[in-house]
Design a protein around this ligand. Structure first.
Ligand code: TNX
Length: 539
């Protein structure tokens, strides 16, 4: 099939690249892809060529076959090693295209630039435009190696088919980490062969709250879901082909109510049966501290490291109420036995046991920063409450990732409009605020910059059920975060202009970036819901 021919010139969208390349200069003319276009795929560039075909062949019919004299060249070039693992160079002239990188991952980033250089419409399922690339000379490399996005599939499950689309949208923005939040109080989605009850029991809850935080109103509808090993392995491969690493999170010793529902013996009150939590907030139930609990979670982590090849494994560590330990003779005895000053120190101690296990598996543990828990230096610290936690950790010698809730929590409302869907109580987080994410260390401590791996957005899904709602909250805010993670320059006006063009790409991809999600995503809209008695309301 040939590409449809139009006489109108294609738009010149190169100035709307998001994130902005490190250097870009326009060249006269451009290169037109048509049925005669052949790729010259040098050894090591096969993955990038396959990805380009995956994107373009089904929608345009262009086969982009290999030919030794192909005008479109993809090559691994060690002379570009100075650009790092993800850097690349791209030259487009009327005579051909040359994409080069020192590492295959850099070629994958370059493929995304090529996608963005094509007419916006080329991203749609049925492009109508001539597929022409504008003449450019680009040299590009990221400022930060960790450019991520957390998706919470524990609070609301999403099928792997949707996660693949989510990954593709990350890759388009040159993000390289999908942080998959797999377990929480309200659901356990990670398959563990040795303990099938974790997903059988822990993967289902009876209902979900439909009021604002703290509400006593529930939808009465069961919610559930869990992944199979094959699904997750497929997702890892799919993401890998796009240069995206799936970093799994299985959190301990708090946020574990779903695991406790499946295995009461893991808790501080083994005789008490708990349900998978149906509320939102911080659950008081945490793991017990006996050897059997540590062994259980070592087995869980073995399955996690077996399934996910990521160099980093997230072990949680956030929001751990210590009341249960303070009241538990077994926990008090464990604290004394370990030489701790009291049960509160069990938090850091527990994290250290799990971190050691991850290190023994040859991986790097990641943990949330919290006051009161001293993490071993093997842990990369993800700070969410305040950037001060990141700097304090960096001073102690940790690598750090900024996930400050004031600039990266996409579960917070995008605006304050009346029709804005219900969101996590917190700040209003508009695109400008996200763009302002601050990754620079305090002015008098420049060496701390070397400890900053990067940043990521978080989409906690207590209030988010549907892909439409996920995308409404993620885009265009994630574009701003991707920009700052890739290109650390602070130039809001320039970004805003490019974002205006880039929105056309989101539209072509069917991302409802400015369309309010439909009714089912508005479970808290009291005006639409049947009248019910709400706690605290005089009825
Ligand atoms: C805090 S951030 C949490 C999550 C919630 C989120 C809601 C973090 C490490 N813990 O469990 O979903 O706030 O904004």
């Amino acid at each position: 099939m040939d590409v449809p021919h139009r006489t109108t010139p294609p738009p010149r969208p190169e100035l709307a690249l998001v994130p902005r390349p490190s250097s870009l200069s326009s060249r006269p003319g451009g290169f037109r892809l048509d049925a005669t276009t052949r790729l010259r795929v040098a050894p090591g560039a096969e993955g990038a060529a396959d990805l380009l075909r995956t994107y373009l062949t089904p929608t345009t019919g262009l086969r982009l076959e290999h030919a030794e004299d192909g005008a479109f060249v993809l090559a691994v070039d060690p002379t570009l090693a100075g650009l790092g693992e993800e850097g690349y160079g791209l030259t487009v002239t009327p005579g051909g295209v040359l994409l080069r990188a020192a590492h295959p991952t850099g070629l994958l980033r370059g493929v995304q630039t090529i996608r963005q250089l094509l007419p916006y419409d080329a991203l749609s399922a049925r492009p109508a435009q001539v597929l022409a690339l504008p003449g450019v000379e680009i040299t590009d490399a990221p400022a930060h190696p960790w450019r991520g996005m957390l998706l919470d599939v524990a609070r609301h499950f999403q099928p792997v088919s949707y996660l693949r689309r989510f990954v593709d949208l990350l890759a388009l923005h040159k993000l390289n980490v999908l942080h998959l939040h797999l377990t929480d109080d309200q659901g356990w989605r990670m398959p563990v062969s040795a303990y099938p009850r974790l997903t059988e029991i822990g993967g289902r809850r009876t209902q979900s709250p439909i009021g604002p935080a703290g509400s006593d109103r529930f939808d009465g509808r069961p919610h559930g879901g869990a992944y199979t090993r094959a699904e997750l392995a497929g997702l890892v491969a799919y993401a890998g082909a796009r240069g995206v690493t799936v970093v799994p999170e299985v959190g301990v010793p708090g946020h574990v109510r779903a695991a406790l529902a499946a295995h009461p013996e893991l808790g501080n009150h083994p005789g008490t049966r708990l349900d998978v939590w149906t509320r939102w907030g911080v659950c008081p139930n945490v793991l017990g501290v006996g050897d059997h609990v540590l062994d259980f979670f070592r087995t869980v982590l073995d399955e996690v490291t077996d399934l996910f090849p990521a160099p980093y494994i997230h072990i949680g560590g956030d929001e751990v109420p210590t009341q249960e330990w303070e009241a538990s003779p077994a926990a008090l005895a464990r604290a004394a036995q370990e030489g701790l000053s009291g049960p509160r120190e069990l938090h850091g101690w527990f994290m250290a046991q799990m971190a050691d296990h991850v290190v023994r598996a040859g991986r790097r543990p990641v943990a949330w920063a919290e006051d009161g828990a001293t993490l071993p230096l093997t842990c990369t610290v993800m700070s969410w409450r305040t950037p001060q936690h990141a700097w304090a950790a960096a001073r102690r010698g940790h690598d750090v990732i900024h996930a400050d809730h004031r600039s990266t929590y996409f579960d917070y409302a995008r605006g304050s409009g009346r029709l804005e869907p219900p969101a996590q109580p917190g700040h209003v987080l508009d695109v400008r605020t996200v763009y302002g994410v601050d990754l620079l260390p305090p002015a008098d401590e420049p060496p701390l910059a070397a400890r900053v791996l990067g940043t990521q957005g978080q989409l906690w899904t207590e209030f988010v059920r549907t892909p439409e709602h996920i995308e409404y909250l993620t885009y265009p805010r994630l574009c701003a975060l991707a920009e700052r993670a890739w290109d650390s320059t602070d130039d809001w006006r320039d970004f805003r202009t490019r974002l205006d063009g880039h929105r056309a790409r989101l539209t072509a991809l069917g991302v409802p970036h400015d369309v309010l999600p439909p009714h089912p995503a508005h479970p808290h809209d009291l005006s639409r819901a049947p009248r019910e008695r709400t706690k605290g309301t005089v009825g």
